[in-house]
Ligand binder design. Structure first.
Ligand code: CDP
Ligand code: CDP
Length: 228
């Protein structure tokens, strides 16, 4: 079973994807963290965010790994845990430039498909239902108003202990700009897959979103059982 969850920034994708994976004992893959890791590698090596060849070389040399520590997914670049650092506004402001590079996307999509392998998986991102896992049995597209997403992001910074000096309005402007770039890039832009179910989470709690997606997964599992 493959569950693809796509949508704009801060729509709640990773939060609900993680909970669903825990409930169903599926593996969870946060593809955004991979593009953020590429961006931090470029930053650490002082490579221009448009220099695809150099970023790719540095990504190959450092490696990007996920590990589960105390029930939490951590991201490592080389031996270093960068899980916090990849969420800073600076990385958020530059990740869309790096994620638009064809070579970076090809490498990440390849890794994502390898990770999905033959296991049951919940994967969240921007192009999972359209490009990475086009045969996913369940495709979800999460949306919410830009203001509510900015409010959530602000709270998220507090909860994760990430230093933030931006106002809600500034965060809203940043995520709107990022969504624009992600939706307008040439290669696999942020787009709802034809068969995806759209859920507007503006006025929904996390538990409600999780339940709605679990119901879709159950429906799909029943269909598969019937087909034998
Ligand atoms: O958590 P948030 O929604 O802010 O972003 P994210 O999921 O961590 O993704 C960060 C960035 O990575 C996005 O703005 C995209 O530029 C890129 N991304 C992508 O291009 N394709 C994906 N499948 C996932 C993320
Ligand atoms: O992965 P994505 O960027 O789409 O969003 P996220 O990081 O999962 O969610 C951003 C923040 O919104 C988290 O702090 C969630 O707890 C919160 N959230 C919420 O308040 N209500 C929801 N229905 C979903 C997420």
């Amino acid at each position: 079973m493959q569950v693809a969850i796509d949508g704009p920034a801060s729509a709640g994708k990773s939060t609900v994807a993680k909970l669903i994976a825990q409930k169903l004992n599926f593996i969870y893959i946060d593809t955004g963290a991979m593009y953020r890791a590429c961006t931090i590698i470029a930053q650490k090596h002082g490579i221009d965010y448009s220099n695809e060849a150099e970023i790719l070389k540095a990504v190959e040399a450092e490696g990007i790994e996920f590990q589960t520590v105390n029930n939490e997914q951590r991201v490592y670049v080389g031996k270093q845990d960068v899980s916090q650092e990849i969420r800073t506004p600076e990385i958020s402001a530059n990740v869309s430039q790096v994620s638009a590079l064809a070579g970076i996307r090809a490498k990440m999509v390849d890794l994502q498909r390898q990770m999905a392998g033959k296991m049951d998986v919940v994967m969240d991102g921007r192009d999972i239902g359209t490009t990475v896992l086009p045969n996913a049995q369940v495709k979800i597209f999460l949306i919410a108003s830009a203001y509510s997403r900015a409010k959530r992001r602000m709270l998220d910074f507090k909860e994760r202990g990430i230093k933030n000096s931006q106002t809600i309005e500034e965060i809203e402007a940043d995520i709107t700009a990022r969504d624009y770039k992600d939706s307008h890039r040439k290669i696999s832009p942020l787009r709802k897959a034809a068969s995806a179910i759209e859920i507007d989470t503006t006025n929904m709690t996390i538990a409600q979103v999780v339940d709605a997606i679990l119901a879709e997964i159950k429906k799909s599992q029943k269909k598969l059982e019937k087909r034998g």
